[in-house]
Design a protein around this ligand. Structure first.
Ligand code: ADP
Ligand code: ADP
Length: 225
């Protein structure tokens, strides 16, 4: 079955102004359940825009986003927010963890917000941290962790509420090659383990080649390869 379908997505910024940018010109994509798709594009091509639209953080000017079989077009803000929280996990280039909270707390909090009990949330947080090899950092704040550890915690947080789709925007873009490899391997193992679908933007063609397939964003269109 299909986890995500994008149908003819169009997006223009600053329409009608001299600064108008036509970023997406009719992008279509289908991500099957359990499929991991690489989104490859040069900087400025519109990767973040496309991921934000797919993840219901932004709306398209035209086209449809179908998530878990449900057409998200025209939903109220409240329903879109609810669908995003239930269905989508995000990982960015920078971890965006809450600095005042420990690694475990950063994974527990979104679960509490989702109605999970404290004990269950803690248990899940520890299991996630363990699965990416940073359980020993559970009680540390982000500032006490390395970049690779922070990013692995961010991956755990994205999966805290068991989304059906993971969207990642250059998740290893800030890291040196060795650390990048560790984070990517941990992310892929966790995604495969949970049977999650993922759309992962990367500049790195070596990483892209390890996913199920690649799509390229070029001149506002999505093309295979
Ligand atoms: P990428 O993630 O591939 O680097 P983005 O989606 O961030 O690309 O941006 C694509 C283009 O749209 C860029 O030219 C960027 O400057 C422009 N852009 C992105 N967001 C906005 C915005 N909110 N307002 C105006 N222009 C924007
Ligand atoms: P990235 O390329 O890592 O996504 P950016 O610095 O391009 O990061 O964008 C960060 C944020 O700023 C995004 O939310 C994007 O939509 C917004 N943005 C990017 N370019 C512009 C722009 N020219 N005008 C206004 N907002 C922009």
């Amino acid at each position: 079955s299909e986890t995500l379908r994008l149908d003819g997505i169009e997006k223009t910024y600053n329409r009608g102004l001299p600064s108008e940018v036509r970023v997406l010109r009719g992008c279509s994509l289908s991500v099957q359940a359990g499929e991991v798709v690489a989104l490859v594009a040069p900087s400025g091509a519109g990767k973040s825009t496309l991921l934000h639209i797919a993840g219901l953080l932004d709306t398209a000017d035209a086209g449809r986003v179908i998530l878990g079989g449900q057409d998200m077009t025209g939903l109220s803000d409240r329903k879109r927010t609810r669908a995003r929280r239930a269905d989508v996990g995000f990982v960015y280039q920078f971890h965006h963890l809450l600095p005042e909270f420990t690694a475990a707390e950063n994974i527990v909090l979104p679960q509490l917000a989702d109605g999970v009990g404290q004990a269950d949330a803690e248990q899940r947080a520890m299991a996630l941290l363990d699965s990416v090899g940073v359980k020993h950092r559970a009680g540390h704040r982000p500032s006490a962790m390395s970049g690779g550890e922070q990013q692995r915690v961010a991956v755990c947080r994205a999966l805290a509420n068991q989304p059906r789709l993971l969207l990642a925007d250059e998740p290893t873009g800030n890291l040196d090659p060795e650390t990048s490899e560790k984070v990517f391997a941990a992310l892929m193992a966790l995604v495969r383990d949970t049977g999650l679908s993922a759309l992962i933007a990367t500049h790195n063609l070596e990483l892209a080649a390890r996913m199920d397939r690649s799509v390229r964003l070029s001149d506002g269109d999505l093309v295979a390869g």
